[in-house]
Design a binder for this molecule. Structure first.
Ligand code: GAP
Length: 554
């Protein structure tokens, strides 16, 4: 308003001079306004929408069954997506199996004996409590509605603290303020009482109490705004199907909801045939299926997804040390990608599953907040003991050093490939203003994960340049993923490569035919240098290989 208004008596020229300053002040004032927070949130939502459409436009991720209008929470990976996904998997697999002498991999079947899921507790306890709003007909997870309410109290406390911090400046004593401010105390008491009531209800899986909490807290449906709730019901997340050719002889089996059980039931096979000595690990990458009630945020929560899990078998009593070691090791794996330490945080679990004695999540800063990408759990000897009980087999380890047998304890690291993919995409998507005023969209992917490492471009489609380009391609394609590109202007080709995150492009021009040199262009700096064709492999290979990442974590 001030930027455009005439200030009494001030000449037009003065306004022109003052305008940038006034604009700056206005922006600053707006940034302090509570609305700014909402705008920020909106901006993040917009960024996320752009990432989702970029994924589709550039062949990374498509909705499943797209020509039939899609299937909720199921996605397909396109020509670039599959390369990126494979690179993520390769980075994980090699960090586990190549870098650790005592970790081996397996690939177990998706279909497993149904008793496995009874033993693991999934048949009885892999449930979400769900509730419907009768007016909007929308279905929610009752626990999520209550957790959101707890988060609201926490937000109110943080707002009070932030306000006071600003008011008192350096003299602010946060601890004292939290302990004495009446509003903070009131919110804290409400939050704690709710948290306690909720934890107890969840521990007992008291569905009536969960509903009563929702009513007492006056939680409304975000769509209809009403409190017209149904009762809370249990909903098992496993997909069922039938195995067997006739209806009579068929038996119910499940699509595995985690890959981990395939490792547990192969513990004896691998330990014996691999003559593995404790401590040792078994790694696996594979599909998992969950009938998620609330499937949202693109590939963050899917019904069919992929996990990379490693079970590390240790001597009882040493599990806490191993738990700490794996927490550090896994964070280092994430950080080696170079996104910055501020993108990650641990979230230690307060409420532990009945079989766990420690658990933490590695969370990544997504556009919609810090979210779990990986879980690290100390699972005691629960799974192996349960399988011993249900199968009637002795599942133990004879420790030659201690001259005794025991059921090993397990530290599990479990990461979702798709969530990892999403975190990489979110961090890499960049819109950059160029000097000429244009905007370029560039995926600043870690070079080792990029789908294409080198684009090979003849300047024109004639004069022997395509032939020369193919000659280079035929040499380099054995060492890293190359893409031949001859359509459109060089500028357009660079933009296309930026959009899929290709770290290097080379241009073959008429001089190349005489001097055997090409122009090498760097995606991030856009710098162009003239290099000899014979040097290309050594200049590029090291920087784009998975080995370059592995060396950072070794
Ligand atoms: N075996 C342990 C286990 O499955 P989890 O926390 O349920 O633990 C591990 O899952 C990881 O699998 C999560 O950190 C997440 O990255 C991924 N994941 C779980 N459910 C998912 C879903 N519906 N869609 C995509 N990824 C999922």
């Amino acid at each position: 308003y001030f930027a455009n208004a005439k200030i009494g008596g001030t000449s037009a020229i003065k306004i022109k001079v003052l305008q940038p300053f006034i604009l700056y002040c206005t922006r600053f004032a707006l940034s302090l306004h509570p609305k700014h927070k909402i705008q920020n949130k909106m901006a993040q939502e917009d960024v996320f929408k752009k990432i989702v459409s970029h994924c589709k436009e550039y062949g990374f991720v498509f909705p499943s069954s797209d020509i039939y209008d899609g299937l909720a929470a199921v996605y397909d990976y396109g020509q670039n997506g599959v390369e990126l996904k494979n690179n993520i998997k390769q980075y994980w697999w090699q960090s586990m199996v190549l870098l650790h002498e005592n970790i081996v991999g397996i690939d177990s079947a998706i279909f497993m004996h149904p008793t496995i899921w009874k033993a693991s507790g999934h048949v009885d306890a892999f449930n979400d409590p769900l509730i419907d709003n009768r007016d909007s007909k929308k279905r929610y997870r009752a626990d999520v509605l209550i957790e959101d309410q707890i988060a609201k109290y926490e937000e109110k406390i943080e707002k009070e603290v932030a306000k006071a911090r600003k008011r008192f400046g350096d003299a602010f004593d946060e601890e004292k303020f939290r302990a004495t401010n009446p509003r903070v105390i009131e919110h804290q008491q409400k939050r704690d009482a709710l948290h306690e009531r909720y934890t107890e209800a969840m521990n007992k899986m008291d569905l009536n109490e969960l509903k009563q909490i929702i009513l007492d807290e006056e939680i409304v449906c975000p769509i209809s705004g009403t409190r017209n709730w149904t009762d809370v019901r249990q909903f098992n997340l496993m997909f069922k199907t039938e195995v067997g050719s006739t209806a009579d002889g068929a038996s119910t089996i499940y699509l595995r909801p985690e890959t981990a059980q395939g490792i547990f039931v192969n513990y004896l096979n691998v330990q014996k045939t691999g003559r593995m000595k404790i401590p040792f690990g078994i790694a696996q990458i594979g599909k998992a299926f969950r009938n998620e009630i609330v499937a949202r945020q693109f590939i963050f929560r899917m019904r069919e997804f992929e996990q990379m899990e490693m079970q590390f078998f240790v001597k009882p009593g040493t599990e806490m040390d191993w738990f700490k070691t794996w927490k550090k090791t896994r964070l280092a794996w994430h950080e080696a990608l170079g996104f910055g330490d501020e993108c990650y945080r641990y979230h230690d679990h307060e409420k532990l599953a009945h079989y766990a004695n420690a658990a933490t999540d590695i969370e990544f800063k997504m556009p919609f907040g810090f979210k779990e990408v990986e879980g690290i759990h100390s699972r005691t000897n629960f799974d192996l003991s349960q399988h011993a009980k249900f199968s009637g087999r002795k599942i133990e380890y004879f420790d030659p050093e201690e001259n005794r047998s025991y059921t090993p304890y397990v530290i599990e690291t479990s990461i979702g490939v798709d969530r990892m993919f999403l975190s990489v995409m979110c961090h890499s998507y960049t819109e950059e203003k160029l000097e000429n005023g244009e905007t370029r969209v560039v995926l600043k992917l870690p070079a080792a994960l990029a789908p294409v490492k080198l684009a090979i471009m003849p300047l024109v489609k004639k004069d022997g340049l395509p032939e020369k380009a193919h000659e280079i391609m035929n040499e380099l394609k054995f060492h890293f993923n190359c893409k031949y590109e001859e359509k459109d202007s060089i500028g357009k080709r660079y933009r296309r490569m930026d959009a899929i995150g290709t770290p290097y492009c080379i241009t073959i021009d008429h001089d190349t035919l005489n001097d055997n040199c090409v122009t090498l262009r760097n995606r991030d700096t856009m710098e162009q240098t003239r290099v000899a064709i014979s040097d290309l492999r050594s200049l590029i290979e090291d920087k784009v290989s998975i080995t370059s990442l592995l060396k950072k974590i070794q």
